[in-house]
Design a protein around this ligand. Structure first.
Ligand code: ATP
Length: 651
């Protein structure tokens, strides 16, 4: 129901000393004015004897869902005491009185006015205007009215002015009755009745709306009356205090909140905010606000929240705020390398991207572990959420701890106001990349294990953990098994991390990628200078045998460095400035690189050579043939793929 669609149900209940069954004059008057109410209210006229008044009203109450009864004088008063539905009395107005007095004047007699409960203050003045002697008798019940009429008639009052019942009583006593109730009085009463019904519905709907809000609020709310008694309590508050609505309604709030000075708020009308109250062993943040009605304090409202819930919400908000730098840049399509070994690693990574499990990436420094981690994140369902990366080897233990887990305000000296969220919280719903996990101090490994197991983090100095939803990708260049043996890595953490594993091959095990990766790095560097690009390419081609034979301890990072240097040197080399390549790229021409043993002449059966000598020999031959793998293989009497394998094994 809306307040617009609502139609008040009103019954005009007209009572008589005796009732013939024919509509009375008053009933006819009411019926005549009803058409003007037809569009916005349902009004019925019901007549009964005074003796039948109560049962009739009760029957109507049950059958018709009546909003308001309208009734005259003492009948209204009588009904009000006996039924719960609102009863409005049809009251005479000043104008009705003037007309009645005018009538009495025409009859040339003294007039008795019969008023129900309240006398008319202006009556005396009015009477002098009409030169009529009047007497006002006030009655409180029907029996009282009958007695007053008899007294007036005995005292010589021949005209009695009053309600329809007073008129009947006057006639019964042999006097003339003049009714003050006319169409105007009925109209006024009906207008009042409709206004009351509408404002009640409006209030009811307003209450329903407020109640719906209260029912769904996560904050606990209690409303108190002026005496501090509980008027209502919402489900959150019941749950927080672990008490049922029945237990507290109409009870003094003093027992519920002994720490709160509720009386002072009700007395002074000044509320209090940010209070800390204890309820059992729960800590609540509370505020109490006065409720004003027509400018006067009429009660108070208490709003409570669990401190832990506030802290949780605050952390959640912090972890939702995503700084711009928590973004993964790389995607699988940007990763260079088409060698079998690298493609196998990437295929695995792509497969892992479809899951949310923890991934452990192993491989030497500079092999692209972080790029693979970023690509997994960007190919996963978490791509819209943060990607947070931290190098566990580059922080001292205490700093790493606060970076990862955050801290509460006051956890140690120098803490920020409001504390600080750690990277686990910052990466909530996304991915955290823990680089160099093998270097993480053992005490932090224990805390990390807890995060992985419980999926919640405990800030330093906090008592309540914060739930988090985060995917962990860890990477290390260490051999974790030997770290475990040395007591530097927790075995249980290793098993937690080692769910999905990717081993990224070092560059020396995929030397077939060197030409294409160098080209791609160069194209990226020199895309605005094609001439210089081709000069650099010539230089790189010249260096290629040495690039293929190099040990690449820094992997792609090192290759990037060499290509950059080649780019910067290409000009000098072209202009014959004479700087020998050995000087520009000393790592590619190591003096120590010369094998300790004198190599056998080319073509000698490889089986006869020791392992180190074998590799040295292969490298030298490769150099002699300008990096040409096919000719090198032919010369050595092995297949091209064996040649690849031998060079890789060296790594
Ligand atoms: N497959 C690749 N394609 C393109 N660039 C690569 C590739 N692998 C590595 N790189 C380059 O090498 C650099 C180092 O890569 P990355 O940081 O991912 O290596 P890492 O294995 O995580 O090294 P570290 O263990 O030292 O942190 C990157 O900046 C990137 O430019």
């Amino acid at each position: 129901m809306t307040s617009q669609s609502y139609r008040p149900r009103i019954v005009a209940l007209i009572s008589h000393l005796s009732f013939s069954g024919h509509p009375s004059k008053l009933a006819q008057t009411v019926e005549e004015i009803l058409p003007r109410y037809a569009s916005h209210a349902d009004v019925d006229v019901v007549e009964s004897t005074i003796a039948d008044l109560l049962p009739t009203a009760q029957r109507l109450e049950q059958e018709q869902n009546v909003d308001i009864f309208i009734c005259s004088g003492a009948s209204a008063e009588f009904l009000r005491k006996n039924i719960s539905t609102t009863v409005l009395s049809i009251r005479m107005g000043e104008y009705d009185l003037i007309r009645a007095l005018n009538l009495a004047k025409d009859r040339g007699t003294k007039a008795g006015i019969l008023s129900h409960i309240r006398p008319h203050s202006e009556l005396k003045e009015m009477a002098s205007l009409f030169t009529v002697e009047i007497y006002e008798a006030v009655y409180s019940s029907f029996e009282d009215a009958r007695q007053k009429v008899q007294e007036l008639v005995s005292a010589g009052y021949r005209v009695i002015v009053g309600s329809p019942t007073a008129v009947e009583l006057a006639e019964e006593a042999g006097a003339e009755g003049v009714s003050v109730i006319n169409a105007d009085a009925v109209r006024r009463t009906l207008d009042d009745a409709i206004a009351i019904c509408r404002s009640r519905v409006h209030e009811k709907l307003k209450h329903q709306r407020i109640n719906t809000v209260l029912q769904h609020l996560t904050e606990g709310v209690i409303a108190l009356d002026l005496q501090g008694h509980v008027q209502s309590i919402n489900p959150s508050m019941s749950q927080m205090l672990n008490i049922s609505e029945k237990e507290v309604i109409n009870q003094s709030s003093r027992f519920t909140f002994p720490d709160m000075d509720i009386e002072r708020v009700l007395r002074t009308g000044v509320g209090e905010d940010n209070l800390l109250v204890k309820f059992g062993n729960r800590r609540l943040a509370a505020s109490i606000m006065p409720i004003f009605e027509a400018g006067q304090v009429d009660g108070a409202i208490i709003v409570c929240q669990e401190i832990n819930a506030i802290q949780r919400a605050e952390r959640h908000i912090r972890s939702q705020a995503r700084p711009r730098h928590f973004i993964a840049k790389y995607e699988f399509s940007q990763l260079l390398g088409s060698s079998e070994a690298f493609r196998q690693a990437i295929d695995l990574a792509k497969l892992y991207a479809t899951t949310t499990s923890t991934v452990l990436i192993t491989g030497e420094s500079g092999t692209g572990k972080e790029l693979i981690a970023q690509s997994i994140h960007n190919a996963s369902s978490r791509r819209q959420a943060p990607f947070v990366a931290i190098n566990c080897a580059s922080f001292p233990e205490t700093l790493l701890e606060s970076e990862l887990f955050g801290y509460e305000e006051g956890a140690f000296t120098g803490t920020k106001k409001g504390g600080k969220s750690g990277l686990f919280e910052a990466g909530h719903t996304g991915t955290i990349f823990l680089d160099e996990i093998g270097d993480m101090p053992v005490p932090l490994q224990t805390r990390l294990l807890r995060v992985l197991q419980e999926r919640e983090v405990l800030r330093l100095g906090a008592s309540e953990p914060t739930p988090i939803d985060i995917r962990v990708i860890a990477a290390t260049h260490h051999n974790l098994s030997s770290r475990i043996e040395d007591g530097l890595f927790r075995e249980d953490l290793f098993y937690r991390l080692n769910i999905l594993r990717i081993a990224v091959p070092p560059l020396r095990q995929r030397i077939e990628d060197i030409p294409s990766i160098s080209n791609a790095i160069l194209a990226n560097l020199a895309h605005q200078d094609p001439a210089k690009q081709s000069k650099t390419r010539e230089l790189i081609n010249e260096l290629m045998p040495r690039l293929l034979a190099h040990r690449w301890m820094g992997n792609i990072r090192e290759l990037e460095n060499i290509v950059e240097r080649a780019y910067l040197s290409a000009y000098m080399v072209e202009h014959g400035q004479g700087t020998p390549l050995e000087t520009l790229f000393p790592e590619l021409f190591p003096a120590t690189h010369k094998p300790d043993i004198t190599p056998e002449p080319p073509g000698k059966n490889l089986q006869a050579l020791g392992k180190a000598a074998e590799i040295a020999h292969i490298r030298q031959t490769l150099e002699e043939f300008g990096g040409d793998m096919t000719r090198t293989a032919q010369h050595l009497g092995i297949s091209r793929s064996t040649l690849w394998r031998r060079l890789r094994k060296e790594g």
